[in-house]
Design a protein around this ligand. Sequence first.
Ligand code: NAD
Length: 371
Amino acid sequence: LTLGVISETAPGERRLSVVPDVVKKYLGLGARVVLQQGAGVPAHFPDAVFADVTFAASAAEVCAQSDVVFCVQPPTEDVIAQLKPGSVLLGMLQPWASAARARQLAEGQITAFALELLPRISRAQSMDALSSQGAVAGYECALIAADHSPKFFPMLTYAAGTIRPAKVLVIGCGVAGLQTIATARRIGAMVEAYDVRPETREQVESLGAKFVDTGVSAAGTGGYARELTEEEKARQAERLAKAVAQCDALITTAAIPGKPAPRIITAEMVAKMKPGAVVVDMAAETGGNVEGTVAGEKVWIHDVLVIGPVNIPSRMPVHASEMYAKNLFNFISPFIQDGALALDWDDEVMAGACLTHAGEVRHAGVKQVLG
Ligand code: NAD
């Protein structure tokens, strides 16, 4: 069994889908690993640290040899065209983003697994790349806010007095938001947080933050939130307005799977924020939780700095790659026996993460969205 690792081509992507320790584990299962030369360099894993792999000069050469190809972001159309029919592609394939890509994978007879489709059940936690990369992003967003704030986050006593700690408001308390809260607390900020799922109150409070109660509760299916009605959105905005106006940093992480980011903070709310306040909109890439966010930019709205960072986990490529590579290993390794791949379509986690197989788009939810 040959497992292939290709270089990432998306602009700014620095992560890699294997790390040296995980390569050793694949070898231990009787597989061989082919790595595109230099693929690990952006993540600070030079070729020299991969002692036991075979190197290939190009993505085409990796694909020609591999039964399974690992990636972080979706490969380009050209690379997908080079995958062997019947081979497996495993990565964060952005399944909702492109009908053309899904069609190309299906027509190329590729068995594609998109980790975004992984069922969020307990058994799948160790494979959950959305969670591992969400945790990295949440940590980073707290640091970005602290770095751009003109204020200290912690309380500071100095010879001439005391500086009060910054007030940080976190909206969206999933995996990323909880890590943001924990990080902002560690730096010493006073943190308030809000999510539409009522069960998050206890999680927020256990991190030493205060839950902002808007009276709007919208638990959806599978542990996710559902979209709010117009009336609920208006009520939420009205109740959140005070907390937004009082905070020094606002960090938003709200998402609905497969949908554009919910718009929670209006331009009017931003206009009423304190001079010098900072907004970090983690949902910038999917449309933003904040009106006025520009993905990949820092914009001043009145005297408020609104930051829309993109591909945030890629800012910490060493640990993000390590976490991600382990997620991929935990997903695929149960199906590698004696150096051969034996997929088990009765396995709900494996089957649930399948985007394309045997010439078809398999995932019902994606089919519905892509038409
Ligand atoms: P996500 O990235 O899809 O969304 C982030 C957060 O935004 C969620 O907490 C959501 O409730 C919130 N949100 C959506 N609309 C909102 C709005 N209008 N206002 C405020 N907040 C809003 O979520 P996620 O971090 O991927 O996790 C979602 C759920 O999945 C959680 O219940 C989590 O515990 C669960 N989970 C389970 C597993 C597992 O068991 N394998 C792994 C990870 C996460």
